[in-house]
Write a protein that binds this ligand. Sequence first.
Ligand SMILES: NC(=O)c1ccc[n+]([C@@H]2O[C@H](COP(=O)([O-])OP(=O)(O)OC[C@H]3O[C@@H](n4cnc5c(N)ncnc54)[C@H](O)[C@@H]3O)[C@@H](O)[C@H]2O)c1
Ligand SMILES: [Zn+2]
Length: 395
Amino acid sequence: MMKARQIEKQLLVPYQHRVYFTQDVFEPENTLLASLLTESTEGEATRVYVAVDEQLREHDSAFQDKVHAYFNNFREKIDCCGYSEYPGGEILKNDLRYLKDLYHEIEQAKLCRHSYLIGIGGGALLDMTGFAAATAHRGIRHLRLPTTSLSQGDGGVGVKNGVNYLGKKNFIGTFMPPHAVVNDLNFLKTLSNNQMRDGYIEAVKVALIRDGAFFDLIESRAELLINRDPDTISWIIEKSAQHHVDHIAQSGDPFELKSARPLDFGHWVAHKLETMSAFKISHGEAVAIGMAVDVLYSQKIGHLAKKQASRIINLIEQLGFKTYSPELLTVSEQGRNLILEGLDEFREHLGGQLTISLLNDIGDSFETHEMIPKVILECIEGLRDRNASRPHPES
Ligand SMILES: NC(=O)c1ccc[n+]([C@@H]2O[C@H](COP(=O)([O-])OP(=O)(O)OC[C@H]3O[C@@H](n4cnc5c(N)ncnc54)[C@H](O)[C@@H]3O)[C@@H](O)[C@H]2O)c1
Ligand SMILES: [Zn+2]
């Protein structure tokens, strides 16, 4: 047999992942955004296109004017060459017309690899605009301004983007660290209480898998969070973002090539629930239920102490979440519980061996490669009975 010849080189592409915390990002005296956009400007003004979640104008009719006025102050260095609005929420990732529209805008605005596409909105808008930026011209610089608690503490500070396709969440997407993330806490003021708590649950998640002391503090500050105390919100978002970024940077697997996904604790149930409910159940609400299932499962298989499991479920409920939804017991015509298909879909989406994170203790997770369907169903039935006997929180 002829010997194969080979050329082999290592390609190293360093990324700097930066997350800033500020307030009033579009006030003229706040130069953070302008400096991020001009740090590598040579000669001509940098071209910048802004894509915005339309809810921002719903809550502040002068929002677009503010953005234009801000960039106008720096017009010698920044050319704001376009602005468009998109609906927020999962519709934006489900209907690819919006993505196509944005590609057209990018082409019309003559953006290039040295230009910036700024996304301002919730996780859905950031995922869609991030995907457009990563793929148009094989990569335009992307700057993210997350405007929900969930995206400021979790989704928006990560390195993934994507849209839904073939009925599957994030079926099309890339790993592409943004140029920078700028968290302006003032955006959160217009969120409803239910939208606000969605960010809290991802903080609880990251505390459960990484940091028991953080969990204790969230537990002791739950009332402050429910009452939307600004300092406590600022604290939980920043701490959650810090943990997410630390995990991405320090786990040795920022682009998720291996099988372990601790940040997806509770998410195998959550993703399936979101799809089964046609996204009527929000991501945060689904994660709350998914974590409750995996917490009880961790207890039932003898890893997590009953006292700790109760503390976790109580905190989830205290923050206003339900820990059960009837979709959990939906059965197909063939008699199979549909939520269990979530396990197969999770494995299929991530590739490799099924790897689910469970808890030994609060702040201490471990990985399993097998979950026992009978035990999962017992956990779900336990949550059903618990929720039937307690008054429902507002939903
Ligand atoms: N890329 C990742 O790593 C990652 C991680 C977690 C979640 N996500 C994705 O993020 C999405 C969920 O993001 P989300 O929870 O931010 O919700 P979202 O983007 O769906 O927004 C929820 C709602 O809030 C509105 N909204 C946004 N900002 C607002 C503001 N300041 N005031 C009032 N309303 C506002 C939106 O218009 C929308 O109606 C999901 O698609 C999820 O898959 C991505
Ligand atoms: Zn999540």
